[in-house]
Design a protein around this ligand. Structure first.
Ligand code: BGC
Length: 741
């Protein structure tokens, strides 16, 4: 990195002025004319720019520090020292003030007055924090995800953010990997549906609107396959699995209109993501026609050198830009390398221009040339609108997964008079937020204690003890927790993980409860009082030793601002739980990777089992209990055959046989009993639907099957094919077969 590029740009400005070809003398340039078509404006501006200005437009630096372990804290006066000709800045400040100061320099002090795009990791909320994506997927409610992303977009845009580095749509099947928290679980179809919903939420119909931001699909592609759940290490993905598992969410989100995409550092066929011509130029742009902007993940261009794929930074820059990486995040390599490479004849100016055009197009589309400044709300009145906080709570209500309910101990209702609320998470707001908490404030998250206090106000007495730390014992804490349990009718053990144990660079080799928490749980259970294990965490955990020390187990994930309210509502019975797992919970870490849609094995029966352990997970994909009971009818098909270009309907009736209204999610899987081009999994999700089924009533759930969309596969080259012959639909253990003609 060369600091000359980041700090005061006086020399560059002078140079730029000297190099000005003369086209800038035009008093009313086309690029400044809002009525001119975007393409004409882009073309006009491009022809006025020097190679140095172009390289800076292709560069992103940062203003302020976020909780990303890679980020460097910049000095307070960075608004004065940063180069205002940069294409983009990651803005981590709260409120628009500092952003506007820097923007003012870009508009007023630079030769062409090109506005800066300000980006930020608005991952699950800007200030109104909603559940982490892994939890959101368990709601099986994409409309709720859309709504939450729309709130995040509005809060962010009104705080000076034009662009979010979200959604993260990496399919992940290794719960040791901390970033599993950031995505929508283990299934590619589910991730595709949520990816599209998130894009629609962030971008709305028009990204120039003051309530929307540009979205960024990340991390292209296959980062979720990080070996052994470690971060930043190699990934080894077959072409077939790339197409079956990792690419579909990106394709869906590109179709949904995502404006930008982030290239990753992980390998595909031994080639780093940010120098991968095949995935970016070939698949993304060539096959899918993506015409948006590609930004590299943090420092992933210089990491091409670290990965020993390029010999130096110039070569890495050349590889990146030629592979289709338009903007370099966090490296500052392009301003140094690109002018040299063009001058030496190693890089064509056409390639540079294409990249710059994509950056400029995004700026025009965001309306930044007309409205470069963001509104300022020193009183924060643009944030935390009560209806938004309510929406975040409604979203969290649907993410809670009831994992165990022995003897129907839940809901507690009015069966209890004294409740012990114990554990390191009982009075904790900050750790309700999860990783990438945006500008959420820990003290704004409702703690579990506060939630129970209001839930049981005047109805039951609550006792508190922290018991232990996340990973530390406290003899006195233990004693107090056990004493509180003895005095109570029921114990709520609030255990799990702090924010920092999931997210980026937060892998765990052991994913059970740490020893002090497990010991506390056992001590509470030994009192003979019923124990409800209430889990706050950002990944599937290994729970086999925990669940036998609790009557009920409630997975509340990291819910955001609603904090303990949804879980308390489930435990008291105010809310009927409707969450279903979007990722498998292993029986033991030794089974990982474990997910529902493995390809068919070569031998069945007991072959391929472990000698010392079950092959079944503790809780499979789609699992989750309800206070209602549902009975499924048989699957009805509108026809026993389907034409290759045809459609048909499958339906199933679900009856709520209990006296409690409840929401049920129906998962529709497809099975191909013999596919001659590639071994398929036993079943693959192709559709899901969630509906409220009132007590005693029945609802019909339908799957409108489009043969090409829902029954075809893609081979390892991305070619779609549909074979004739028998196929089946599987729903809740029922199967219906038909013929593809
Ligand atoms: C992460 C991205 C993030 C970026 C900017 C990277 O290290 O992998 O997910 O968007 O930093 O903060």
């Amino acid at each position: 990195m060369n600091l000359r590029n980041i700090i005061l740009p006086v020399a560059s400005v002078l140079l730029a002025v000297a190099c000005n070809s003369g086209s800038g003398s035009d008093a009313n340039p086309v690029y400044k004319d809002p009525s001119a078509p975007v393409e004409s404006r882009v073309k006009d501006l491009l022809k006025r720019m020097t190679i140095e200005e172009k390289a800076l437009q292709l560069t992103q630096w940062h203003l302020g520090a976020n909780d990303n372990p890679n980020n460097i804290i910049t000095e307070n006066d960075a608004t004065r020292t940063l180069n205002p000709m940069l294409g983009s800045v990651i803005y981590t400040g709260e409120g628009s003030e500092r952003r506007n100061l820097l923007q003012k320099r870009a508009i007023e002090e630079t030769r062409l007055g090109i506005p800066i795009i300000f980006g930020y990791d608005v991952i699950h909320g800007y200030r109104t924090i909603y559940p982490i994506s892994l939890a959101a997927a368990c709601s099986w409610n994409p409309e709720m995800v859309r709504k939450c992303c729309a709130i995040a977009a509005r809060e962010a845009r009104s705080s000076g953010i034009d662009w979010t580095f979200s959604p993260m749509i990496d399919v992940a099947r290794d719960p040791r990997w901390g970033r599993i928290a950031e995505g929508y679980g283990e299934d590619s179809y589910a991730a595709s549906v949520f990816a599209a919903a998130a894009v629609q939420g962030y971008q709305g119909d028009d990204i120039s609107s003051e309530t929307n931001v540009a979205s960024c699909l990340k991390h292209f592609v296959g980062y979720g396959a990080s070996e052994a759940g470690r971060d930043y290490v190699q990934t080894d993905i077959s072409d077939q699995t790339l197409w079956d598992t990792y690419l579909p969410p990106y394709e869906a989100a590109v179709k949904a209109g995502a404006k930008t995409l982030m290239s990753s550092f992980n390998l595909v066929n031994g080639i780093p993501g940010s120098s991968n011509d095949h995935t970016i130029n070939g698949i993304l742009r060539g096959m899918w026609g993506f015409d948006g902007m590609v930004v590299s993940d943090w420092a992933s261009v210089s990491q091409i050198v670290t990965q020993r794929f390029a010999k130096d930074n110039d070569e890495a820059s050349l590889m990146a830009i030629e592979s289709g990486v338009d903007m370099d995040m966090g490296d500052m390599l392009y301003p140094e390398s690109l002018p040299k490479l063009v001058e030496d004849g190693r890089l064509s100016i056409k390639t540079v221009d294409q990249a710059v055009a994509r950056v400029l197009r995004l700026k025009f589309e965001l309306g930044l040339f007309e409205h470069p400044y963001a509104p300022e709300y020193p009183d924060g009145s643009n944030l935390l609108a009560p209806e938004d906080v309510r929406t975040a709570e409604e979203a969290a209500n649907e993410t809670i997964v009831l994992l165990q309910n022995n003897g129907s101990i839940l809901p507690l209702g009015d069966k209890v008079r004294k409740i012990a609320i114990v554990g390191p998470l009982a009075k904790d707001g900050t750790n309700m937020m999860g990783s990438w908490p945006g500008h959420g404030h820990g003290d704004e998250m409702c703690t579990i204690w506060d939630a129970f206090s209001s839930e049981y106000a005047g109805r039951a007495e609550l006792l508190y003890a922290s018991g232990c730390g996340f990973d530390s014992e406290d003899a006195e804490g233990f004693r107090q927790a056990v004493a509180a349990a003895r005095k109570s009718d029921v114990v709520i053990a609030c255990l799990g993980e702090p924010n920092t144990w999931s997210g980026e660079s937060a892998s765990r080799a052991f994913i059970d409860l740490p020893a002090p928490q497990q010991k506390l749980l056992e001590a509470l259970h030994a009192t003979g009082k019923p124990v409800v294990l209430l889990l706050v965490n950002g990944r599937p955990l290994e729970l086999r030793n925990a669940v036998c020390n609790a009557e009920a187990v409630v997975e509340m994930w990291q819910p955001g601002i609603a904090g303990g309210k949804p879980a308390a509502g489930v435990i008291t019975g105010r809310i009927n739980p409707s969450g279903r797992l979007a990722a498998t919970f292993p029986y033991t870490v030794g089974q990982i990777p474990i997910y529902y849609n493995r390809r068919h094995p070569a031998r069945n029966g007991t072959m391929g089992y472990y000698l010392d352990c079950t092959v079944e997970p503790l809780y499979p994909f789609g699992y989750g209990l309800s206070y209602s009971t549902f009975e499924y009818g048989e699957i009805t098909l509108s026809s026993d055959s389907i034409a290759r270009d045809g459609s048909m309907t499958a339906s199933v009736t679900v009856t709520n046989t209990s006296d409690r209204d409840g929401m049920e999610t129906v998962f529709w899987f497809v099975e191909d009993p013999a596919c001659s081009r590639v071994v398929r999994p036993e079943k693959e999700l192709r559709h899901f639907e969630k509906q409220l089924v009132k007590a005693g009533e029945s609802r019909t759930f339908t799957f409108e099957i489009d043969a090409m969309r829902d029954l075809s596969y893609v081979d390892g080259k991305g070619e779609r094919f549909l074979e004739s012959g028998e196929m089946s639909i599987i729903v809740a253990g029922r199967k219906a077969s038909f013929n593809v003609l």
